[in-house]
Design a protein around this ligand. Sequence first.
Ligand code: ZN
Length: 447
Amino acid sequence: MAEATIPSGPVDDRALDESVTFTSDLIRIDTTNSGDGSCRERPAAEYVAERLAGAGLEPLLLERTPGRTNVVARIRGTDPSADALLVHGHLDVVPADPAEWSVHPFSGEIRDGVVWGRGAVDMKNMDAMVLAVVRAWARAGVRPRRDIVVAYTADEEASAADGSGFLADRHPELFEGCTEGISESGAFTFHAGTGMSLYPIAAGERGTAWLKLTAEGRAGHGSKVNKANAVSALAAAVARIGAYEWPVRLTPTVRAALVEIAALHHIKADLDAPGFDVDELLGKLGPAADLVAPTVRNSANPTMLDAGYKVNVIPGRATAHIDGRMVPGGEEEFHETLDRLTGPGVHWEFDHREIPLQAPVDSPTYARMCAAVELFDPGSHAVPYCMSGGTDAKQFSRLGITGYGFSPLKLPVGFDYQALFHGVDERVPVDALHFGVRVLDHFLRTA
Ligand SMILES: [Zn+2]
């Protein structure tokens, strides 16, 4: 595709520069969320709100807890009959230990064309790019087709209780008319070997099921016969869960991903053929198999054990924790399987639970996202994928909003997006931000 066919739209040099400055500035505002309630997103929220106001919008600052600030603003579209689109990004970040980093994680340093710091890909980059696009529209007098609601949230990296959970519970009116949303964890370049560039667009999330197992038995002396030993019962249940091979359950998103990625490898995949073996197919897909493998089945991994206090005392109770994940549609099977694997005498309950999500990959919006990245990176291929973890999209799904992971970044070979996510030396190339601004502008105006 010739360079000249790439539309420039209202994106000017200032928008490109602002995406970089805003990313760097937001990184410098330390919004570490350790999950202990000490995080304060307010300075970052004020930074964003000031710049939205500069674009002629009327941002609202909303808090459930003082200092845990969310920002919401609406941009009026030109087609009042169209459904609104939510664009959301969180303002908090996970902790970073400066001792482990090459540069200070909260310096926002720009070195050799790369912006460094915690939040560079998760997700102050997206926060900044959206801000830059909205401001470019204001300068050029551009309005999108659909109403666009922009939301900058607190507390995504913990429970979302002060962020998207609070917004969905207490301020649903701000999202009126929104049917779809875009946010983090999608549309980054995935280098799949042999020069193949993929852009995985998230159309689903596995659900989270953190479990607590408890075995109750009869306490007693360690030298006595004891058929009601809580430690033995718990250990047997944990061993069964750890060894269990979950059956393959292919959701529509994962099916589409398998077929499309296989086709790019010149393999015709018939997922419904008798004897079809997903693991065998994954083995032929090279690095791209990593995009699909974690989401073809449920999983449940034992992670913590706790029982007893003295070698010659049989305790009356033993507990364990399991990190379980459920594919969309796999919740019932998850419950039944856990009931069966734990067996009598061992009780299980949810410590923390988040529903799985599924978004259609045959919607016009999904098609437009694919077209937008492929337009600005000719020769690349957008493919659907299901996220193995969760995002704010789960909270907004309660308002009937279908969530996609779409925060475009064009990354060079050697930039492993998924390793940088929550990783040491998180960073983003300036060119990647420029690409993201162009794609977002094009997609959001025409979505
Ligand atoms: Zn994130």
